[in-house]
Design a protein around this ligand. Structure first.
Ligand SMILES: *Cc1c(COP(=O)(O)O)cnc(C)c1O
Length: 230
């Protein structure tokens, strides 16, 4: 049986094999997994964790602030975010990767406690234009970015996407490379982007080859998710 620590080592090795010497941040997606699983990952040197549900994530952040106060953990919110949960997220997380409308960003900006650094944010792109998926289209991005830039308690760091789950390698690579192109385009326009978040357990090596510098890995580290445990 492989342990969480072995899995992290294996994922890091795979990333390094395709990263060509570039730095790629590994986000361990711990949604639905208990604090003990996160503690095992911490013991293996993992310091960045991703959560999808505000309540569950905030509870974990509080637990680790209390019992692992000496560990500098970075918490990323990566799930869909409703207005009534923005305060919880603004008060607990370091990053939000799933910004897809101005109203949510404004609420996070207004609710970010003055004792914390500005909230780091990524805009989520619905790169395959799936009707049921969250995220903005590339057209909407053009209108949204200048408005996000004006919010002082938010620090705009880049873009994120979740491509169609069932597409083949060639389609996934196309989506990832369109993301990279868009990322570079806005950087060239002066946006201080430094984070391109793409790639999950099933496709992170392709994402890194196409230019991702942050990958979000859940099941390849923690195993299959059991949503009844959430
Ligand atoms: C759950 C989730 C992941 C991790 O997915 P795996 O396939 O388990 O690696 C990454 N990104 C987002 C947005 C997720 O919701």
């Amino acid at each position: 049986m492989s342990t969480i620590s072995d899995n992290i080592t294996a994922v890091r090795e795979k990333i390094n094999r395709v990263a060509n010497g570039r730095a790629v941040k590994l986000l361990a997606v711990s949604k639905t997994f208990p604090n003990e699983a996160i503690a095992q990952a911490l013991a293996a040197g993992q310091r960045c964790f991703g959560e999808n549900y505000a309540q569950e994530g905030a509870g974990k952040v509080e637990y680790f602030r209390e019992y692992y106060a000496q560990e500098p953990i970075e918490w990323h919110f990566i799930g869909p975010l409703q207005s009534n949960k923005t305060r919880l997220v603004a008060e607990h997380f370091d990053w939000v990767q799933s910004i897809d409308r101005l109203k949510i960003a404004q609420r996070l900006n207004d609710q970010r406690p003055s004792t914390l650094l500005p909230l780091n944010v990524l805009v989520e792109i619905n790169i395959d234009n799936e009707p049921t998926k969250s995220g903005v289209s590339l057209d909407q991005l053009q209108d949204l970015l200048p408005q996000l830039r004006l919010l002082p308690r938010i620090r705009l760091r880049g873009l994120m996407c979740v491509p169609r789950a069932d597409s083949a390698e060639v389609q996934k690579r196309k989506a990832f490379s369109l993301m990279k192109e868009t990322f570079d385009q806005y950087r060239a326009q002066g946006y201080p982007f430094d984070t391109l978040s793409m790639g999950m357990s099933a496709d992170f090596e392709w994402a890194v080859e196409e230019g991702a510098n942050l990958v979000r890995i859940g099941s390849a580290i923690f195993g299959a998710r059991d949503y009844s445990r959430k």
